[in-house]
Design a protein around this ligand. Structure first.
Ligand SMILES: Cc1cc2nc3c(=O)[nH]c(=O)nc-3n(C[C@H](O)[C@H](O)[C@H](O)COP(=O)(O)OP(=O)(O)OC[C@H]3O[C@@H](n4cnc5c(N)ncnc54)[C@H](O)[C@@H]3O)c2cc1C
Length: 437
């Protein structure tokens, strides 16, 4: 493997020579023109000067282009991915396919079985589906179902499928299952002594970003909505992937709870409800556009949890699928967990999600839930993580080729701007896209 340091040492003197010779030849030509002007310049002298200058410029351009090609031919980076969740596995797949990667090392603290048996359902929206197809994911070969242009599957199934794709690239990828990335692993990185890109994809509780020096400061962006979520665990039910159901413009009759819960004028768009997850882990969420109506204010401050319990229980019983049994009072009381009142939907994202560590010659980038997350389960969390990965292939090449201080700073700036635009876009449009339409 050729590290950037070695590579830049090879090409930079060559480029400097070009620049120097180009300048000095042009200066010589100008000087010759002046001398001749003092005497008498003939047409053939002028032609000779222009021809010589033209030749020099052409030669130096060819050398410059050649050296740039040579550099992109040799430049390689090592990629370390921490966490084999949906985002980490996708990142490993992208990195392993890049011609600018020398090796990918994937750390995962769980065993293969531990990964495969993760139960929650995930939904991949059409943009994520298209992106994953470009990486060779064949949705026809994965257990799941379609609805509203989204693909629904269990997270363990998705991870198992991606892991099998990554394993096919075994000449480039080293998979370290049951291996927690720790301070010891950081010491190993120090010994590597070559350009490295470290992607921390270890989820919402992940600690590796902090271990590698990314500050644990998060910015909160308002989602312009209020919401509440509920979960019903039914171990006796099927675990098969199930399409979500969205219902719009709902008005709840809460008059039994007093006049504060009777809307004076109905909220423009009403409530939006989503039922998702497998029959075993059934999720519900309700959301409403940010509003100052008396009903919304009351539901944000209510102390009596029975109001929300009734909203979720009734919503479930009206909009459940034909295959599902009703949620009884006793099941709602004992087996349903729910938010007791409406809360403000917010997106949290890292103030700094990208860094360059001089001593390791390493770029560190936080991706997936480690980088940004909603406080509201809309059933589309994975997509947010995949948006960050969509520019990874390009970033790997930028990291491999960044051989000057300016290039490193430009790479950092570009990546953090992309991370920021993903977060801002999601905060502004995520609820609209995944709840209100
Ligand atoms: C209960 C629940 C329900 C959800 N429901 C939905 C849903 O219906 N639809 C949806 O789209 N999304 C849902 N989500 C969100 C979705 O699961 C996450 O957004 C998604 O898993 C994030 O992927 P990730 O790869 O960033 O992180 P994770 O999936 O959390 O993966 C992180 C991986 O890193 C590993 N790891 C952690 N620390 C280390 C370490 N130090 N060294 C090595 N490995 C490490 C972990 O073992 C894990 O495998 C749900 C989440 C939860 C918790």
């Amino acid at each position: 493997m050729i590290c950037m340091g070695t590579d830049s040492e090879e090409t930079e003197p060559c480029l400097q020579f070009c620049r120097r010779s180009e300048k000095s030849f042009v200066a010589m030509a100008v000087a010759l023109a002046r001398t001749r002007d003092a005497e008498k310049v003939t047409a053939s002298d002028v032609a000779l000067i222009f021809f010589t200058t033209f030749l020099i410029v052409c030669t130096s351009t060819v050398i410059k282009l050649g050296s740039r090609r040579l550099r992109s031919y040799w430049a390689r980076t090592r990629v370390v991915v921490i966490g084999a969740g949906p985002v980490g596995l996708t990142a490993a797949l992208v990195a392993a396919r890049s011609p600018f990667t020398s090796k990918v090392v994937l750390y995962e603290e769980l065993s293969r079985w531990g990964m495969i048996r993760r139960v929650q359902q995930i939904a991949l929206d059409s943009q994520s589906v298209k992106y994953l197809q470009t990486l060779g994911v064949d949705f026809g070969n994965m257990e799941g179902c379609w609805g509203n242009g989204c693909f629904f599957t269990r997270i363990g199934i998705f991870q198992e499928y991606l892991l099998s794709l990554v394993e096919k690239l075994k000449e480039k990828v080293e998979i370290k299952l049951k291996t927690k990335f720790s301070e010891e692993s950081v010491k190993e990185l120090v010994q590597t002594r070559c350009r490295t890109l470290v992607l921390t994809c270890d989820g919402i509780q992940g600690e590796s970003a902090r271990l590698l020096g990314l500050p644990d400061q998060f910015i909160q962006e308002p989602g312009h909505a209020y919401g509440a979520v509920a979960l019903v665990d039914r171990p006796s039910q099927q675990q098969v992937p199930t399409a979500e159901k969205r219902v719009h413009r709902l008005v709840f009759d809460l008059s039994a709870y007093g006049k504060d819960f009777v809307p004076k004028s109905p909220d423009a768009d009403g409530f939006h409800l989503k039922l998702f997850g497998s029959y075993r882990n059934r999720y519900m969420c309700i959301a409403i556009q940010r509003s100052d109506s008396s009903l919304v204010k009351s539901l944000r401050m209510v102390m009596d949890p029975s109001i929300m319990r009734n909203i979720f229980q009734e919503s479930f019983n009206v909009y459940r699928t034909n295959d599902e049994s009703r949620l009884t009072d006793s099941a709602a009381l004992h087996h349903m967990r729910f938010s007791p009142r409406l809360f403000e939907v917010r997106l949290s994202y890292r103030r700094e999600s990208v860094a360059f560590l001089d001593e390791l010659d390493a770029f560190v980038v936080a991706e997936g839930d480690t980088s940004r997350f909603f406080n509201f389960n809309s059933g589309m969390g994975v997509n947010l993580g995949l948006r960050g990965i969509e520019t990874l292939a390009e970033f790997v090449s930028v990291v491999a080729l960044a051989d000057t201080r300016t290039a490193v700073v430009d790479a950092l700036r570009e990546k953090s701007q992309h991370a920021l635009s993903v977060s801002k876009h999601y905060a502004a449009h995520g609820m609209q896209q995944y709840m209100f339409s």
